[in-house]
Design a binder for this molecule. Structure first.
Ligand SMILES: Nc1ncnc2c1ncn2[C@@H]1O[C@H](COP(=O)(O)OP(=O)(O)OP(=O)(O)O)[C@@H](O)[C@H]1O
Ligand SMILES: [Mg+2]
Length: 283
């Protein structure tokens, strides 16, 4: 088996489609024959669990405090004891849900929300940012997934840095707009800076134009701007704005599981498939 590929969706902005992208590319990669694990680091929102309809089951666990271990524990000293007590396989296995659409999922946990400050207390920067990476290397790699995809919070903090550090490859969904274009530029500079100061190779692998509207001139202009500015990273296919994306998320499934047959739903599905194939090529 070759090494597990990794990527993360990230942008320091809410609502651009990070979770939607992880969910849909995750299912697309599964359809391309890959074994996929999704890891949600976006705190108590637990949006991936909601997007895959396993939220009620997961919430019941959290409420009964039967959610131990969970993804937040892997960042803490206690992880060593947990794995020692349960054994590696069971410790990780306890955190994994089946989505019903192919990929496995480690959902986000409210315990992630307090982590930023805790990680700040770790003086040595490399240790502060590489907690998740150590966990993935030691416990996830042996499970032989083909692809691990992280969903990161829409803000820059120690948890998202851990995700970037471990994923190395960043997928950025953006909406067409001047603000987003600047943000994507800043992200690219940030990744370069982190790479240089810590000697890890982080790259902006794919920039996906999401929620595009082919009928507006504005959308077209920004598309051209992105293509000029990021010729090597813009995804081959834009994802149109489609009400079916929102509706299926609310039902707890992706577009691939939904029978929505509108033009935009159809094009969005194709876009996710084509971008997933391209992502495999690029990694
Ligand atoms: N192509 C699309 N067409 C229509 N709606 C979309 C599309 N992509 C995402 N959405 C909707 O936009 C909203 C935000 O998407 P999503 O939750 O994926 O963003 P996010 O970047 O993960 O947000 P957050 O920063 O809060 O984690 C959701 O309601 C989602 O269903
Ligand atoms: Mg999200």
């Amino acid at each position: 088996m070759s090494e597990t590929l990794r990527a993360a969706t990230f942008l320091d902005k809410g609502g651009t489609g990070k979770t939607t992208t992880v969910a849909h590319l995750g299912v697309a990669l599964d359809r391309l024959g890959r074994d996929v694990l999704l890891i949600d680091l976006a705190g108590k929102q637990a949006d991936l669990a909601k997007n895959f309809g396993v939220w009620d089951e997961y919430r019941a666990r959290i409420e009964e405090e039967d959610d131990w271990p969970n993804i937040s524990t892997v960042f803490r000293e206690q992880w060593g004891r947990i794995a020692g007590k349960l054994g590696d396989e069971e410790a990780v296995g306890n955190m994994i849900f089946e989505t019903g659409e192919g990929p496995d999922l480690i959902p986000a946990h409210p315990g992630l929300d307090g982590l930023d400050t805790e990680l700040n207390d770790i003086e040595e920067t490399e240790r502060r940012y590489s907690r998740l990476d150590s966990f993935v290397n030691e416990y996830i790699e042996p499970m032989d997934y083909d692809f691990v995809f992280f969903d990161l919070p829409g803000s820059t903090n120690n948890v998202s840095y851990n995700g970037l550090w471990s994923a190395r490859n960043v997928v950025v969904p953006v909406e067409a707009g001047p603000f987003e274009a600047r943000q994507a530029g800043r992200l690219r500079d940030d990744l370069r800076r982190i790479s240089e100061s810590f000697g890890v190779d982080l790259s902006l692998s794919m920039l996906i134009l999401n929620k595009t509207d082919s009928r507006t001139r504005l959308s077209e202009e920004f598309t051209e701007e992105y293509e000029d500015e990021y010729p090597e990273v813009v995804a081959p296919t834009q994802v149109p704005r489609s009400q079916a994306v929102r509706n299926s998320a609310n039902r707890g499934e992706t577009l691939f599981a939904s029978n929505a047959s509108t033009g935009t739903a159809q094009r969005a599905r194709e876009a996710f498939m084509e971008n997933a194939e391209e992502l495999l090529e690029r990694l």
